[in-house]
Design a protein around this ligand. Sequence first.
Ligand code: HEM
Length: 464
Amino acid sequence: NRLDPIPQPPTKPVVGNMLSLDSAAPVQHLTRLAKELGPIFWLDMMGSPIVVVSGHDLVDELSDEKRFDKTVRGALRRVRAVGGDGLFTADTREPNWSKAHNILLQPFGNRAMQSYHPSMVDIAEQLVQKWERLNADDEIDVVHDMTALTLDTIGLCGFDYRFNSFYRRDYHPFVESLVRSLETIMMTRGLPFEQLWMQKRRKTLAEDVAFMNKMVDEIIAERRKSAEGIDDKKDMLAAMMTGVDRSTGEQLDDVNIRYQINTFLIAGHETTSGLLSYTLYALLKHPEILKKAYDEVDRVFGPDLNAKPTYQQVTQLTYITQILKEALRLWPPAPAYGISPLADETIGGGRYKLRKGTFITILVTALHRDPSVWGPNPDAFDPENFSRDAEAKRPVNAWKPFGNGQRACIGRGFAMHEAALALGMILQRFKLIDHQRYQMHLKETLTMKPEGFKIKVRPRADRE
Ligand code: HEM
């Protein structure tokens, strides 16, 4: 056994562990394996090993960026068909990664969030208006509406484009293409003869990518020649077109800007919509927590439904933020991320040897339920896990929903502000009804979402 003493599940000839991994729900399968095999194990994926780590002590060690760096492999490598050398799918050593990282820190910083706030309110108002106009027996497809919200928000804040998802039955054609492309990318596993039976899908992928690129390239070209001048706009596109990387003195080229926009649409909408959907699920199942959330929203936003929440008010939703963080713990929408050692390494107090370049997956779903950090009942939903005290006492690198270090999510502040605002505006207005008594059923794509989750809402009676 090449990686002894790291445990490995039983293998089959040639394919190793490849076919024994449930391809429709790989993350959930790996999470079960972690329970069985412990904080570190490895799989043989037709000759290439993947080491899966979920124990907090080991993840803490693997979070040292001097020894380990993000690696863009497997499905994420294939996402480059859409994301190119945009931030999410670039290797750290590619010149465009640090250039874009330096330029984009500003438009993802706190100050910029304040300028996006009115656009975020604009889209959240469209969501609550849609819900206000429903008939009493109308069902809400939670993931659909949350995806509409997050997509429209990144469209408007990112490049002043309105997808107008609340005015359509289906998603915008760009999103149809994006979702279809990601599906094909996730289905591709590098198996023998796969190219043959996937021919049609691969052709569609090429067409979809061409369509998405054309749309985004046109938006960029329009802006370049727009009479208003780039500086007048306060969106991320303007920041990318005018920003200069201080360390090289260079700017981003238009092809890279296109890849960044594609990336924001991939990274920015499914994840935040998953977060909001899980949070609504958790609130429905915990009336006592929901009650405290209503109390906070009433205190901070007040009773006037016509007054738009301010940026400051959203930052005061501290209990709502605890709820969101706890939802990110139990159901991290980006459930795993990949790293590899920069040189031959030994971890776990000399126990486990990892060769330079070994593909290591941090299994966040299992890390977030490690009893050595979260106590004997890690599956329980408890926002007190994120009280100021609990956060201060917890070891670092125990909660990693946004990844690690310099390669961590650049959009986390954006996502958290958007989610707190939307949840606040929903709770300010509606009573939530779990008419299906929905039980969590996770669907895995590039992210994980609750499948078939429907609710109903009523105007809050205690408000009338
Ligand atoms: C990176 C999660 C929202 C843009 C990441 C990573 C994670 C993550 C885990 C690291 C991936 C890796 O190591 O391979 C999330 C979650 C979100 C969220 C859970 C919502 C709750 C957003 C939003 C945007 C965004 C709203 C943009 C508008 C990015 C980008 C990167 C990234 C550009 C790559 C950063 C880099 O490597 O330089 N995200 N994300 N994300 N995310 Fe997010």
